[in-house]
Design a protein around this ligand. Structure first.
Ligand code: SF4
Length: 330
């Protein structure tokens, strides 16, 4: 293992300067992903880790119709927030569906957004073909064991899944990500935060080197909106999603007036299903409508041997979450 410098930042400005000034530097917060990649898997080799874990970027603030969440808020801490439980219940469900209690007490919200893929080939330094780790080297996953990989936004260049549960309802909500870099602050909608792999799977988001996530704004659901998160997985806890779906519906007199739908377990990025939302809005809240929305949500999938089953499973996941949220059953 190559060595790295460890630095604990005293404030945000010095943290940004420490990372921005060194092309090999990276941030360290809860450490649940970063330390795996650096110390266990040994596939990431920073020259410097800048520990921001003690900076005052923790906690929630209710600001009008949004909940502002500090990037260093722990997942378990956010799940216990009473405003989140009352006004964003599907976010709470997604938080509690992820990882384990121990990990959720360490893992931060900012780190969750920036987590790296669980692709086993990415995390194995003995596998040479990984375009995400070594651009231009190929992709071992497309001909390997691919059960946990993506079918939306994928290509022969990379089928790596974005495995976050939390990001699925956050994508449905249009959460806003606040970042700070040497050139100042900016706000990026979560729906434009991630980059499809294309021919550069190593580029995963729009952050410039040195930019850090400071907080995330979650718009509260309008009154009367019901929401839910459904995660389908091989075992009931401590397992990543095969498929998942988050939905928020406002149904008035049997008609869907407002719909937000996002998918997990299937996309190279957290997947907003705008086509499904278009089918839902103005339509009767019925299982037939939900099936049409599911068909619209999963269009042009890219499958490899081992991921074909996800196409139908994802559609059924969408129908199920919409049925549960609306209370409409076949
Ligand atoms: Fe690498 Fe992506 Fe292929 Fe996994 S799926 S081996 S991360 S290029």
């Amino acid at each position: 293992m190559s060595g790295f410098e460890y630095v604990r930042a005293d404030d945000l400005d010095s943290a940004v300067a420490l990372v921005s000034g060194d092309p090999g530097a990276a941030y360290l917060a809860g450490g649940t992903t970063q330390l795996d990649l650096v110390l266990k898997d040994r596939v990431v080799h920073p020259s410097r880790l800048v520990d921001i874990g003690r900076l005052p970027l923790r906690g929630t603030t209710l600001d009008g119709d949004r909940l502002r969440v500090g990037a260093l808020t722990a997942m378990e801490e956010l799940a216990a927030d009473p405003v989140l439980a009352a006004r964003l219940p599907f976010v709470r469900e997604a938080l509690l569906a992820g990882a384990s209690t121990q990990l959720r007490n360490m893992a931060t919200i900012g780190g969750n957004l920036l987590q790296r893929t669980r692709c086993r080939y990415f995390r194995d330094p003995d596998v040479p073909a990984c375009n995400k780790r070594a651009p231009g080297s190929g992709c071992a996953a497309v001909t390997g064991a691919a059960r946990m990989h993506a079918i939306l936004g994928a290509s022969a260049n990379c089928v790596a899944l974005h495995a976050s549960d939390l990001c699925v309802p956050l994508t449905a909500l249009d959460a806003q990500v606040h970042v700070q870099g040497v050139d100042g602050r900016r706000v990026v909608p979560l729906t434009r935060f991630y980059v499809l792999p294309g021919d550069r799977p190593d580029v995963e988001n729009v952050l410039a080197h040195g930019e850090v996530v400071t907080h995330v704004d979650l718009p509260l659901l309008p009154a009367g909106t019901a929401s839910g998160y459904l995660k389908v997985r091989d075992r009931a806890s401590y397992e990543f999603a095969l498929t998942s779906a988050a939905a928020a519906l406002l149904v008035v007199d049997g008609t869907v007036e407002r719909a937000r739908v996002a998918l997990g377990g299937v996309g190279t990025v957290p997947w907003r299903a705008v086509e499904a939302e278009a089918v839902l809005v103005g339509a009767p809240a019925s299982v037939e409508t939900f099936r049409a929305a599911a068909e619209a949500a999963i269009h042009d999938p890219f499958t490899v041997p081992g991921t074909e089953f996800k196409v139908e499973l994802a559609k059924r996941t969408v129908v199920r979450v919409l049925s549960t949220v609306s209370g409409v059953r076949s």
